[in-house]
Design a protein around this ligand. Sequence first.
Ligand SMILES: [Cu+2]
Length: 273
Amino acid sequence: MKETFSAIGHWIADAFTLDGFAHRVLGLPELASANGQAVDNLMVYLHWLMLALLVGWSLYFAYVLWRFNAARNRRADYEGSKSKIPSYVEYAIVGIEALLLVGVALPIWAKNVDNFPKPDEATVIQVMAQQFAWNARYPGDDGHFGRQEMKLIAENNVFGVDPADAAGKDDIQVFNEMHVPVNKPVLIYLSSKDVIHSFKLVAMRITQDAIPGLRIPFTFTPTKVGRFQIECAQLCGNGHAAMAGGFIVVDTPEAFASWLKSKTGSSSSTSFE
Ligand SMILES: [Cu+2]
């Protein structure tokens, strides 16, 4: 009996740690990136606040039902309560919410849109979304993307690659499955060839809209080897759901190197493997 109580006590204590609350109580999906921890923590802080409000308001509601019931109050009081406490409580809640927004949420966002890794310290990928799939391009062994030009873009050349440029000879182009090495920042330059799509990787806690005509950088650092589904987070047409056919495969550095080697020379201006 004593052990049961102690086990339950431990479970409850653990459920109220940051990680325990995120996964046992909120059931957040698996986290597989370094940048995602801050997002999960924010989720937990928000829900702790919501929980405190739920408990607080419920207690207050019960108190009011008791304090102002008909048996205790035969005649209506037209003055009502003059207490300042409700205002103070409201100010405190607004203060906590402002703190979460300005002190926690904005810094996370600012860091994610401002602190990009240097290209030579990251896995750099160009991603071109289309109805209804993902094209991806790697710079190959030389670390340089070949020349690209808008007017060269065609049905079978979504990145507008110039076949005459030698720097593009070892570029790699893949369709719907991109590999990255674990524990190294990934820097993606995202665009779209037709409508607005959105590159969502739940496990990495990353979502970025893909907008035709723009090349938008975003970054994440994968921390777990595995195969993670990419979803399109903007309704982009009648085949929208098919965009969940995109995957990021996080490899060990060795597995990534051999994958890259196996694909070298695949950029020959086709969008399909
Ligand atoms: Cu889409």
